[in-house]
Every structure is written in C-alpha cells, then in structure tokens.
Design a protein around this ligand. Structure first.
Ligand SMILES: Cc1cc2nc3c(=O)[nH]c(=O)nc-3n(C[C@H](O)[C@H](O)[C@H](O)COP(=O)(O)O)c2cc1C
Length: 550
C-alpha cells in the first residue's frame, strides 16, 4: 500500500510538535552557513470527524470517523501570529544588567522554590530546541558542546543530552569538571548515551572539518575578567573559524548560551575582536550585551519567569508560542529567494499503486494529508477565466467531494461567480507541503442545488452565516467599520437564536472533473506525475491513466 511521502525534514521534529513545516535549506545574506528556521509552523493532531457529508453520500462512516475536526487544527494559527508580533517589535524587549540577572537567579532559587537542577534543565532544553528550530539535524548533525566549569557549562551539558535525543550527534569538551553531584550526574547521563567526551588535546586545532555546530557554553552572566586556560585557547579556536569563514563555503556555526564567551556581560564585545556567534540563546531575559549581538538568530529560552519577577524588574518579554521552550526575538535575516530549494524524498508513486478512479485516489491522498496534521488540507486554489480568457485565482475551501465532483461555497455576486457565469469551467489546485504532493483538477462547473446550499449554510457557525449576509463579496467598501456596524446590527437582530435565512447571493459550486493529475515530489526533480483523463471507449466514459514527464 502507498505510504505517506513525508519529507525528510518533517521527520526531524521536536517532541512537542506533530510536523515541522519549513522553508529551510536556504542560505541568506547574513551568513553563508546559517539556514532559515528549520521550523516555521507546527500543528497538533486531534482525533475527531470530518463534517458530515464531506465525502459525499457514498463514503463510509468508518472513513469519516478516522479524521480530525478542522477547527481544532486551525486553532494553532494563533501561535504563529504571536511569533510574528515578536519579530515585528524586537526593540521593546527588556535587557538585564549583570546585577539584576544575579538577583533574579537568587530569587528563583530562594523564595520561589526552584532548584538549580530545574533551571539548568529548562535552560539546556531551551538551547537545544532553539538549535533545532534553525539547524536541521540532517544538515547540521555534528555538534560540539564546549562547556565551562559553572552553570553555563551545565546548561551546555543538558543541551547536549537533549540534542542527542533530537537526532543530533553531540560530543562534549568539558575540560574543568565540577565535582558537585549535579554535574557528575549530567556527565553520567551523557556517558550512558555514549556521547564522547573530548579533551582539549583530543580536539582538532581546526574545528571546521569535524563539527557543524559549536555550542559555546563556557561562561555565563556571572563571568568577569579575562578567560583563563584552557578556555582562552578554545575561544581562539572559535575565532580562527571566523577568519576561515571568508574563504570556505561552510564552516561550523557558533551558538552561544546566554553570553558569548569572553564578552562583557553588559558592554558586549568591547575589543571588537571577540567571537561573533551565529546564534545567541538568551536565558530568562536577554542581558545588556545581547543588544550588541549581530548574528542571524537571537532566541529567548527559560520559560519559567513568574509574574512577581516580571513585575519587579519591569520585564517586557515576548510570549512563547504554543508549547515551545524558546521564542525568536531577533529579526529574521534577509532571505536569498533563489537559494530556497527542497530535495523531495518520497516513496515511489507508481501506476499499479493508484486507484482506477481519481476520486478514490483523491480521497486516499486527502486522508493522508489530514492524518499528517497539515493545516487546512481542504484549502485549494480555484482558477477561473472570463469570456475573454482573462484569468484569476484565489483560495477557497473544499467542502465536499464525491463521484459527482468537488464542492465549495461562495458569494454568487463575487468576481469568481461572474467569471463562472461567463465561462463555466475552472481548475482546482491542492498543495500538501510536508507530503510533497500536489493535485490538479479541471472540468466544468455548476451551481449546487438550493437545498444543498441551504443545508450547508445552516451547518456553519452563526457568525459565519451573518458574515455571509454582510459581505457583498468583491465589491468596494468605504472602510471596515461599515462591515462591522452591519454585522453588529444583524447579530442583535438574531440574538434570540432564530433561524438566520441564507441570502440568495450565497451558495455552492460543483466542479465535475475531466482531468485530474497527482504529483509526488521526488529526488533530483524526477517527480512522479500521473494524469487521469476521461476518454470515450465503446460509448462509455472511462478514466485513462498516463505518466507525464516531470
Ligand atoms: C485559505 C482560504 C480559504 C478561503 N476559502 C474561501 C471560500 O471557501 N469561499 C470564498 O468565497 N472565499 C474564500 N476565501 C477568500 C477568497 O480567496 C477570495 O478572497 C474571495 O472569495 C473573493 O474572491 P473573488 O473576488 O475572486 O471572487 C478563502 C481564502 C483563503 C486564504
């Protein structure tokens, strides 16, 4: 049986997320080696059922029962919206002095009842998740965590453990071990995962050939003075990578935990000759030196700040999205669009795998898209043309599909409706990112029966019903207040729960497919394309299946 063609990138996921959908594998102008975030959106599965009638009358209830309710999946959108707000306004953040950072730690571990182990665990987890957001383990697997003797080093040890569980291959350089039980325990945990510990002498002088990510967990916010051996030498090795950077295609990225080692906690890289990390993961709240950070990826971790501390220190910190342990607080680097590309890896899609009827095949793939937790798998681009052949496209939502065709609902006075009245043919396009799949459908279009539109209209939330009355879709409105005012008037009119009549200008369309093409992305652009087209044989319409060149 055909299995889902989930992208390799989608497999490298965080424990909290169902799927990671990204625009990565891209270089950008900030640094040759730093990709775009490995995770842009995340969605959760929630077992429920599709709306009644979605599959048309011929589908079994067993099929319907194994799917999820759209609204619950759609609810995750707010996470993405809140991250967008963070990115838009990074200047409103609070930055801590060294003294404030120390005081906050004391309060957390004093009256607020935290232990150092707990804070270290959450800090290390935040560092690991920040790394996983940006650097895919498939491209950046070899990690060296360089750990100092204090808490910052402990954060690095914890991060190395989580990175191992996320699919990376960490090694640890921990030259000045601390004998306290907390630290010996962390070492034992790493040893039990067979994570190699490398002495400074074991390390290659040039770190660029052996590692993809260097985690700088040497010194944290309590550090002052000048780094002593062997950390001065290790910092030098990180610095020498930066000069390589000019000549090499790719050198390892440096991720600093809370403070770039060797920097002044408040003034930053005072000499201008210190390390220049690609990523900084600030913990609890950014320290003043973070204002001088010029790398591509600034994240905040340490999702444990209680309101009493936020109030006392007037902390303005961004909300964390969903269940994430980290949040981006810097601006996204600019993107070189031409370098955005994916190498699709999917199972082969063969003629003898497919259903003889394209609707059955569509329902199979649609089920895969729902099962993969993709957001709005029923969103489709609808293209229409007017009588002069002028084209237009827009997204609509598929609201039912069976052997009669594909159904969506809209306003019968809209531009698409006008074009369909002049030229009653259309094409539909589904794109299921994360599954490497696209489906194209073409054919004639008719309005659905009044009864069908009526039934669907009354199944919608009352707010959407009122919205459909208010909106004279695709006409010019003087301002949004006009729509809101009319909406409120109607809301008041129907506040008694009485039936909201379907407006005459609202209803459904059905496209009856004549051509359906299933596309599955494959490596080196040798994609699979199977096209179904209707042919007449002995007076009967049959579906012919042909393979098209990619
Ligand atoms: C994901 C998505 C789903 C949409 N679904 C519908 C829909 O089901 N019906 C609809 O009339 N408009 C829908 N819209 C809005 C349309 O894209 C479009 O703006 C509107 O129908 C007016 O199009 P027109 O002026 O070409 O007729 C959707 C938009 C998006 C982004």
């Amino acid at each position: 049986m055909l299995t889902c063609g989930i992208k390799r990138r989608a497999m490298t996921r965080l424990p909290f997320t169902k799927f990671l959908i990204n625009v990565s594998n891209a270089n950008h102008t900030c640094s040759q080696s730093s990709p775009l975030p490995a995770k842009s959106f995340c969605f959760f599965r929630n077992v429920s059922s599709l709306p009644a009638g979605f599959w048309g009358s011929r589908s079994s209830s067993a099929t319907r029962d194994s799917f999820w309710r759209f609204g619950e999946v759609r609810g995750m959108a707010s996470m993405v919206v809140s991250s967008l707000q963070n990115l838009q306004n990074p200047d409103s953040l609070s930055y801590l002095t060294q003294k404030e950072a120390a005081e906050i730690d004391e309060i957390l571990m004093g009256p607020l009842g935290f232990s150092v182990d707990q804070l270290m665990e959450l800090a290390g987890l935040s560092v690991a998740t920040s790394i996983a957001e940006v650097y895919k383990s498939s491209d950046y697997s070899r990690v060296l965590a360089i750990c100092g003797p204090g808490n910052n080093g402990g954060d690095g040890l914890v991060a190395a453990r989580h990175l191992h569980h996320f699919g990376y291959k960490p090694s640890v350089c921990y030259p000045k071990r601390t004998s306290k039980a907390l630290y010996t325990g962390l070492v034992t945990q790493l040893e039990s995962l067979y994570i190699p510990f490398l002495s400074v002498d074991d390390l290659p002088v040039d770190l660029s050939n052996d590692f993809d990510i260097l985690v700088d967990a040497m010194f944290g916010f309590s550090f002052h003075g000048t780094p002593r051996p062997p950390f001065d030498d290790l910092i030098q090795r990180l610095l020498s990578l930066q000069s390589h950077d000019q000549t090499r295609q790719r050198s390892p990225v440096i991720v600093s935990v809370d403070i770039p080692s060797g920097w002044h906690v408040e003034e930053g890289d005072v000499s201008g000759e210190g390390i220049k990390p690609d990523m900084l993961v600030s913990l609890t709240a950014p320290k003043l030196c973070a204002k001088k950070f010029c790398g591509c990826h600034h994240f905040l971790g340490g999702r444990f700040v209680p309101p009493s501390i936020a109030d006392k220190y007037k902390l303005c910190l961004p909300p964390y999205p969903g269940t994430s342990m980290c949040v981006r607080i810097g601006k996204l680097p600019s993107i070189d669009i031409s370098s955005l590309r994916e190498n699709y890896i999917s199972p082969a899609f063969l003629e003898d795998h497919v259903e003889p009827d394209p609707i059955d095949q569509f329902q199979k793939w649609f089920g895969d898209a729902v099962a993969a937790g993709l957001r709005e798998p029923n969103a489709m681009a609808l293209s229409t043309a007017n009588k002069d052949g002028k084209l237009s496209s827009r997204m609509v939502l598929l609201k039912g599909v069976d052997k009669e065709g594909f159904v969506w609902y809209t306003n019968y006075g809209s531009r698409k409706a006008r074009e369909l009245s002049e030229n009653p043919r259309a094409s539909l396009l589904f794109y299921w990112d994360g599954l490497n799949r696209q489906v194209r459908v073409e054919g004639p279009v008719q309005k659905v029966s009044d009864e069908e539109s009526e039934n669907y209209f009354h199944s919608r939330p009352r707010g959407s019903q009122i919205g459909a009355i208010v909106s004279k879709q695709s006409t010019v409105v003087p301002g949004r207040h006009v729509l809101h005012q009319e909406y409120e008037e109607l809301e008041a009119k129907f506040s008694d729960g009485s039936l909201i009549p379907k407006p005459k200008h609202w209803g459904g369309y059905r496209l009856k497919p004549e051509v359906v093409e299933f596309w599955q992305g494959q490596q080196s652009r040798l994609h699979d394309r199977l096209q179904y087209s209707l042919k007449e044989v002995d007076g009967k319409q049959i579906w012919k299946i042909e393979r098209l060149a990619p």
